[in-house]
Design a protein around this ligand. Structure first.
Ligand SMILES: Cc1ncc(COP(=O)(O)O)c(C=O)c1O
Length: 385
């Protein structure tokens, strides 16, 4: 009997999500209509932010945040070594250089001391990444940003629903970027959002997401004018009403999904507590992860070979483990820019043993038991050899 495949993450789409999309398809507005605004308002309320600007994906959110922060050629942006490439690429789109900060060996998050050591007169922004859904140390990062006059563009693509000192992620940084890709917490198919407390930044972001034009078609219709003005070089990073109808419906379930993810995380953490040579991501005091991922770290000198074998065995048992992420600078594009091995030793060490276990709200208890048993037995057998 072949075992049912357990993905590491996937979307949950119900009939009411589908109905919401169909309703919008029957409405006069397919894009840049009332659903975009409504989704922005709902999302801003969810994360406790004053403004939310919806865009076509999380990468566009990061790119526009870089431009709104006035990051440009000659500037440096500090990003963690362990993240998805988009966190660093956004700075490159804006023409800036990326400095990769090392990570903490237990939380796998950007190391604030490493950030401090990389600051130069050219540094413009820091892009802390709430890896796996775990918020970074925002008190320490904000203190650094204040000391050196830097902008924090938080990459919270993994972290809607997370909390730092009882404050929701989305309300902590100058700008915060989210993604609504299907593997993330809530989905719009493709989509993203930037939240901010600054009305000025929100206005700039709205202009930049639509070609640098100050009004949208609906506003011009309401004002009875055809006249428009392009004041900046923007992009078409708009998101459609169809996507936002899905996003609103998904968002209504998000609080329960975060609770479900926390229950799954608690069960994993309990199950792996006593396994030697295996570390789970630490949840530092005052932080609550939204658990987008459940990363474990195989430790020891043989971590890389054991991880490779554990990955193969679990995959052979139809368990969709994955690895997030190889240090960004070890990708060919960044190597060609001159980065190489040894730049962030902790990140390289952590990466050697990283493995993401299945984590999504629809993961039932028996599937989770299969994951736990499979990882335990693979490690026990491999470590005996
Ligand atoms: C940490 C991080 N940042 C940025 C992104 C980019 O988001 P998107 O795929 O919506 O462009 C992702 C998504 O894959 C991500 O994981």
């Amino acid at each position: 009997m072949s075992l049912e495949f357990i993905p590491y993450g996937r979307q949950v789409v119900d009939d009411d999500d589908i109905a919401a999309v169909v309703e919008t398809l029957r409405s006069p507005w397919l894009t840049t209509g009332p659903m975009v605004e409504a989704f922005e308002a709902d999302f801003a309320a969810y994360v406790g932010a004053s403004h939310a600007v919806a865009v076509s994906n999380g990468t566009a959110a990061l790119h526009l945040a870089m431009l709104a922060a006035d990051v440009g050629p000659g500037d440096e942006v500090i990003a963690p070594a362990i993240t998805f490439v988009a966190s660093a690429n956004a700075a490159r789109y804006a023409g800036a250089d990326v400095k990769f900060a090392d990570v903490d060996p237990e939380s796998f998050l950007i190391d604030v001391d490493s950030v401090r050591s990389l600051i130069t007169p050219r540094t413009k922004a820091i892009v802390p990444v709430d890896y796996g859904g775990m918020p970074c140390d925002y008190s320490a990062l904000q203190a650094l940003a204040d000391e050196y006059g830097l902008v924090i563009v938080e990459d919270a693509c993994h972290a809607p629903g997370a909390e730092y000192q009882r404050r929701p992620v989305g309300s902590l940084s100058t700008m915060t970027a989210f993604s609504f890709h299907p593997v993330k917490h809530l989905t719009t198919g493709e989509g993203g959002m930037i939240t901010t407390e600054s009305e000025e930044l929100a206005t700039r972001l709205r202009i930049l997401r639509s070609h640098g034009i100050t009004s949208d078609f609906r506003q011009r219709e309401a004002a009875g004018t055809w006249e428009l003005d392009q004041v900046d070089l923007g992009y078409n990073y708009r998101i459609a009403d169809i996507n936002c109808a899905l996003g609103r419906s998904q968002l209504s379930k998000q609080p329960d999904w975060v609770i479900a993810r926390r229950e799954i995380a608690d069960r994993y953490t309990e199950a792996f507590r006593d396994i030697e040579g295996l570390a789970v991501q630490s949840e530092p005091e005052g932080r609550r992860s939204a658990w987008h991922l459940y990363p474990v770290r195989i430790t020891g000198a043989d971590a890389a070979s054991i991880r490779r074998e554990v990955y193969a065995r679990m995959r052979a048992e139809s368990i969709g483990v994955n690895v997030h992420y190889r240090p960004v600078y070890l990708n060919t594009y960044y190597r060609q820019l001159g980065y190489s091995e040894g730049l962030c030793p902790v990140a390289e060490d952590v990466y050697a043993g990283l493995l993401s276990l299945p984590m999504w709200p629809g993961l039932d208890e028996s599937s989770q038991e299969r994951v736990i048993a499979s990882l335990r037995s693979a490690l026990a057998e491999l470590r005996q050899v």
